[in-house]
Design a protein around this ligand. Structure first.
Ligand code: PLP
Length: 483
């Protein structure tokens, strides 16, 4: 009757906590001396197939197991030379905030408690940061995918607010169609599929040589769709594509949406925040007038995973998409069930963690200007890397550097594209396996390219010197059949 899951000896638990804090501070402060990434040995992988533990293990032993089999085989995105996918670095304060949030353990579905106010304040701060209207609604989510999904849900329901919730898509006799570019992130397609609209009704418009949506082609498709009795309901603009960091001509997309009365959504997973960089602010300014914008906080805001955000200009449309008021979630004028409007009215999730705390504490600790400097730094580092590559043949820049992404390859002396691609694949794997740096890859116009996406607050100029030097070394070793 009296058993709990709390420790029998709180002082021992406290000591373990101190040890963990010391170890993690050592881990992060010396991360530069570690390999960026290392392969996981088979005997370590085998430890993950043990059966369900029925009986207790001493807490220190559990922690030792973590240090032995989990910690060393991390993704590597905490390292200054991690440039794969688009993965943020995190900060020490973010680590501690996660612990504090877990200790408080509030649920941000509903209610009168401090965490609800913290999240609302954080949302207000991002509206200010992006110049988005102060009366917009928003919600923190797990990441860009959920933020895009949430925005597209509102865009879809906004066509026939009550009827689509009640009768589904058949409430609307015309087929809904949405538009994005061939460079848009896969989460846009997944959202469109999950929303019942179907991939066939997502028009992926071709891009120009700068990987931006071809606006003339978009207009032609839009016209064709209207003539064929489709109902265009949403255009998704890219503020920083995942492949190359391209920014669609958002001003032109906005103008089309305004004249056609179509929802304008911006996927700005990392790029929206680059609006604060002077050289990019004009291109990204139309975000201020978009109907919705999705962006991540675990990328350029350096929050520990995971956190993303969606802002929606029309609060009523947002609420009308998700709000339900069952008796067990009734709100009261006072008491625990009082408080700000439930977040449950603005998304699919009911139970939600206190991810707002890491955001709130980090922004307070560092100030928004520090983030602006980091975003500027990462863009400048990519310009620097681009210029290094351009002046270090046989390295070759595969697309002009826009924003924070650099795509390059080693030009091997061969006319065979398959050999060229395979050798570059090998070069990338060696960079990773040797623990030197962790770019990732993509395919641009049939060419396999090594792709550096830099949202790394820890990286310094020397890291790009190292990347270029080692890419050249490994490339020559492959050329000379030494690898
Ligand atoms: C990362 C990314 C996403 C997906 O965000 P997650 O946080 O990984 O869910 C969507 N769009 C773009 C452009 C991205 O870079």
């Amino acid at each position: 009757m009296n058993e709990t899951l709390d420790p029998s000896n709180w002082d021992e638990m406290r000591q373990l906590g101190h040890l963990m804090v010391d170890d993690m501070i050592s881990y992060l402060s010396t991360i530069r001396d570690q390999p960026v990434w290392r392969p996981i040995p088979d005997q370590v992988k085998e430890t993950f197939s043990s059966t369900l533990p029925h009986n207790p293990t001493n807490s220190l032993a559990v922690y030792d197991d973590f240090k032995k089999n989990i910690l060393p085989y991390n993704t590597g995105n905490v390292h200054p030379r991690f440039f794969a996918f688009v993965q943020g670095t995190g900060t020490p304060m973010g680590v501690f905030a996660e612990m504090l949030a877990a200790a408080m353990n509030p649920n941000l579905a509903i209610g009168e408690h401090s965490a609800m106010y913290v999240e609302n304040q954080v949302l207000d701060w991002f509206k200010e940061f992006l110049g988005y209207p102060a009366d917009a609604s928003g919600i923190l989510l797990s990441g860009g995918s959920m933020a895009n999904f949430t925005a597209l849900s509102v865009a879809r329901n906004n066509i026939l607010p009550d009827k689509i919730r009640k009768s589904g898509l058949r409430a609307q006799e015309k087929q809904l169609v949405a538009y994005c570019s061939t460079e848009s992130h896969s989460c846009i397609q997944k959202s469109i599929e999950a929303l019942g609209i179907g991939t066939d009704n997502l028009r992926k418009i071709q891009v120009n040589e700068a990987f931006q949506i071809d606006v003339a082609a978009l207009k032609r498709q839009l016209q064709l769709d209207k003539e064929n009795n489709f109902l265009p309901f949403c255009i998704v603009g890219n503020a920083g594509t995942v492949n190359t960091g391209a920014i669609d001509p958002l001003d032109e997309l906005l103008a089309i949406c305004q004249s056609e009365k179509i929802w304008f959504h911006v996927d700005g997973a990392f790029g929206a925040l680059a609006k604060v960089v002077t050289s990019l602010s004009d291109a990204l300014k139309p975000i201020e007038e978009a109907d919705s914008v999705a962006f991540d906080l675990h990328k350029w805001m350096c929050m520990p995973y995971e956190a993303g955000c969606v802002l929606i200009k029309n609060k009523k449309a947002h609420r009308d998409t998700f709000a339900l008021n069952p008796s067990y979630l009734h709100t009261d004028p006072g008491g625990l069930a009082g408080g700000p409007e439930p977040f449950n009215n603005f998304g699919i999730e009911l139970s939600r963690g206190f991810k707002a705390l890491k955001v709130w504490m980090s922004i307070k600790e560092l100030g928004s200007l520090a983030y602006i400097r980091m975003i500027q730094k990462n863009c400048a580092q990519c310009q620097y890397l681009g210029s290094l590559i351009s002046t270090h043949a046989p390295l070759e820049l595969m697309t002009p550097v826009s924003m924070n992404i650099v795509c390059y390859r080693f030009q091997f002396p061969t006319d065979d594209l398959t050999v060229q691609n395979n050798n570059n694949k090998k070069l990338l794997l060696e960079l990773q396996n040797q623990g030197i740096a962790a770019p990732s890859s993509t395919i641009l116009n049939g060419h396999f390219v090594i792709r550096v996406a830099n949202v790394n607050q820890r990286s310094q100029q020397i890291d790009f010197d190292i990347l270029v030097k080692e890419s050249l070394r490994i490339g020559h070793e492959i050329s000379n059949n030494l690898l």
